[in-house]
Structure formats: C-alpha cells, structure tokens
Design a protein around this ligand. Structure first.
Ligand code: FAD
Ligand code: FES
Length: 279
C-alpha cells in the first residue's frame, strides 16, 4: 500500500472522445486503473476531482465527469489550454497516465433526494454537472424533476451532444440548449445561458440549482436565480483556482481560510457570499 500522498496510481487511457471541436477543443478521456485492487477501492462522489499526471510533463486537476455508478472507469473532460492539457490532447488510447485522488468535497447528493435539480452549465463547466446528472439519472426514483440549461458559444463548442440528443427522447428530463449566436439549422435558443434561464423561468419550489461555467456566466446566472426567488441555500457552484498539491498542503488555492482543493470545489451561494471579501 502506498503512503506517499503525491504518488499517483497508474491508469490506462481506454477511450478518447472529441466533445468540442471549435477553437477551444475539449476531449473526454476514459481511464481504467491498472491495478485491480486500486480499481475496486476507488470511489468518489459527484463534484470530486482527480490530479492527472503526464509523466515528464506535469500534473493537472480535473473534476471527474463520469458518474460513480460506472465502476469500471473514470472520465475527465479536458479543455486544451496550456502545457499539460495540450499534451493530454495529443495522447492516444493505450497511453498510461498517473492519477491521484479523489480530492475535495462534493455535491450533497443524499440530502437532495426528493428535490427537483436544475443544472445550469456553460462550455467545459458542464463537466462536473455531467457526473451528478448521470448519477441522478441512474437513481431516477430518488430525485424529482430534472432540468438542464446548457449553452456554449457555437455548436462546435457544445459538449456531450449525443448524450443531450438521447435526453431529448426521454420524458423524465427537460433539456434547454443554447448557442450564443445564430447558426443555420439550429432550432433551440440563441443567446447567453443566463437569458435562457430567464426564458425557461424555473420555479424555486423544492429545487436545488447547480451552476458551473465561465465566471461571467455564473455572475449573471446567480443574479437571475435570486430574481427568480431562489434562496442562497438553494444555489451551488464550483470554484476554480490554480492548484499545486491538491491536498491542502501548499496553500496555493486558498480563499480566506479555505482551500479550494480540500474544502471545495463545491460551494453554496451562501458560503460564497461569506467569502466575498477574501476572493
Ligand atoms: C477544482 C478544479 C477543477 C477543474 N476541472 C477541470 C476540468 O474538469 N476540465 C478542465 O479542462 N480543466 C479543469 N480545471 C482547470 C485545469 O486544472 C487547468 O485548466 C489546467 O491546470 C491547465 O493546465 P495546463 O498545464 O494545460 O495549462 P498551463 O500551462 O498551466 O496554463 C495555461 C494558461 O491557463 C491559465 N490557467 C491554468 N489553470 C488555470 C485555472 N485553474 N484557472 C484559471 N486559469 C488557469 C494559466 O494562467 C495560463 O495562462 C479545473 C481546475 C480546478 C481548480
Ligand atoms: S492546491 Fe495546495 S493547498 Fe490547495
């Protein structure tokens, strides 16, 4: 058994899927842990993250985008941004990476049983929402109404398109997609995610709203949720800070006396308001 918290366990890339193919490419990587015992013992709750290492290049922190109901693998969806993420985008099926984790807190899936869940995502921000969304779908009888409001800049930037297409055929989940500017053949909403939220006009009654996406989107989504009557305790989001250790040692990711890697990434709007002076 390994006692070094920085030592990763080995995982093989068993599937790579192109999600967004525009100027900001996103791919979903499926990892299978090499060691059967480690695979059996690895468990997580939606919202939690892993540190993925590319040997000789570096490490990156990613939220797990698959559901814990899928026991054989974990998936992360990665936006190509800098050194590590660009190299990961060059990887091929069969390549070996290192994984540390799971880290951080998580969505309160047990306390939210019996509630309506509203998922509001933008771009790569759908990654943490995908994990809890698929978890609630795999435990459909435990949750009430499920609705998704998701948008990206263009159709090329939309993630998980085939999954959303499947949801549209189901009558137990509502899907409201958007792109920022008109495109030929697009029949859903055109405009920003916060405006689509206003148009959909969800009821706050017995509802938890979770929003993840670019900071500017989150800012207006939060304002609109409050205007719709959601209380600060009904709204959750995830925060992103630059990370190093991922385990609350290095102090790189602190906001006030909290570490995003350990005490986050999931925060309620009520907690965020208390942290405002420290951000
Ligand atoms: C809790 C958490 C969850 C995350 N989940 C995901 C995820 O699911 N998918 C995903 O694609 N990314 C996710 N990220 C971000 C991811 O860790 C960074 O994008 C990644 O570290 C960039 O690494 P890089 O080596 O490719 O870029 P670098 O070469 O390190 O940086 C390239 C540029 O991006 C900027 N940058 C890098 N990281 C961040 C950051 N965290 N916030 C703002 N600017 C940054 C740098 O300042 C630099 O300008 C998450 C981050 C956190 C903290
Ligand atoms: S990344 Fe080191 S304390 Fe959070």
């Amino acid at each position: 058994m390994n006692n070094n918290p920085y030592e990763p366990i080995l995982a093989e890339i068993v599937e790579i899927k192109d999600e967004a193919v525009g100027e900001r490419p996103i791919k979903t990587f499926r990892f299978s842990l090499k060691d059967e015992e480690a695979k059996k013992n690895f468990s997580f709750i939606p919202g939690q993250c892993v540190m993925v290492s590319l040997f000789g290049t570096g490490e990156c922190f990613f939220v797990i985008s698959s559901s814990p109901t899928k026991k054989d693998y974990i998936e992360v969806s990665v936006l190509k941004l800098g050194k590590v993420t660009s190299e990961l985008h060059q990887s091929e099926v069969g390549d070996i990476v290192g994984i540390r984790g799971p880290y951080g807190n998580h969505f309160d899936i047990d306390n939210w049983e019996g509630k309506n869940i509203l998922f509001i995502g933008g771009g790569i921000g759908q990654a943490p929402l995908r994990s809890i969304l698929n978890y609630t779908l795999d435990n459909r009888d435990k949750y009430n109404d499920l609705s998704i409001i998701y948008g990206a800049r263009t159709t090329k930037d939309l993630c998980y398109k085939d999954e959303f297409a499947n949801f549209k055929d189901r009558d137990d989940i509502e899907v409201h997609l958007s792109i920022d500017v008109e495109e030929e053949g697009w029949n859903d909403f055109v405009g920003f995610v916060p405006d689509n939220l206003k148009r959909v006009n969800p009821s706050p009654e017995n509802t938890i709203a979770i929003t993840c996406g670019p900071p500017i989107m989150i800012k207006y989504v939060l304002e609109n949720l409050v205007e719709l009557g959601f209380s600060d305790e009904q709204i959750y989001t995830t925060l992103e800070m630059r990370m190093k250790c991922g385990i609350g040692f290095c102090g790189r990711c602190n906001i006030g006396n909290l570490y995003v890697c350990k005490d986050g990434p999931v925060f309620s709007y009520k907690q965020l308001k208390n942290l405002e002076g420290d951000m």
